[in-house]
Design a protein around this ligand. Structure first.
Ligand code: NI
Length: 139
């Protein structure tokens, strides 16, 4: 970190009260850390929108492995995108359901496309892409 800057902001009292209540529920002990996290979150969002650099994320999938050819399709997709898919965690939830978490890295458009393909595969019951950052551009 390259030093801290203090600054004052004006904010409607009601809005600040709601913000304080929110961050208290989230376990923050002070506004500064909560505000820094909000700023970082927006910057990561912009990294994804800009599409220039490398981003990282995770794709979470829940599916029934008994659905015909589903496991095979998902495995094929993952092999096809082996450059972007870094690692996979597979958990057998019960007799039918599998939970899979994939760590992905690459250009945001490409990562999003791969996530959409995986999540959109017929038989996947739920899927979500969590967008995060390599951390290099954040203080
Ligand atoms: Ni399984």
């Amino acid at each position: 970190m390259t030093g801290l800057t203090r600054f004052g902001i004006s904010i409607p009292t009601k809005l600040l009260r709601r913000f304080d209540a929110l961050i208290a529920r989230q376990g923050y002990t002070n506004r500064s850390e909560a505000l820094r996290d909000l700023v970082r979150d927006r910057l990561v969002e912009e990294e994804w929108k800009a599409g220039k650099g490398e981003v990282v994320g995770t794709v979470t999938l829940v599916y029934d492995h008994h659905v015909r050819e589903l496991t095979q399709k998902l495995t094929e997709l993952q092999h096809h995108h082996h450059t972007e898919i870094l690692s996979t965690l597979h958990i057998h939830l019960d007799e039918h359901h599998c939970l899979e978490v994939l760590a992905v890295k690459g250009k945001s458009m490409e990562v999003r496309r791969i996530a959409d393909q995986l999540i959109g595969t017929k038989g996947v019951k739920h899927g979500k892409l969590v967008t995060t950052t390599t951390g290099r551009a954040l203080a």
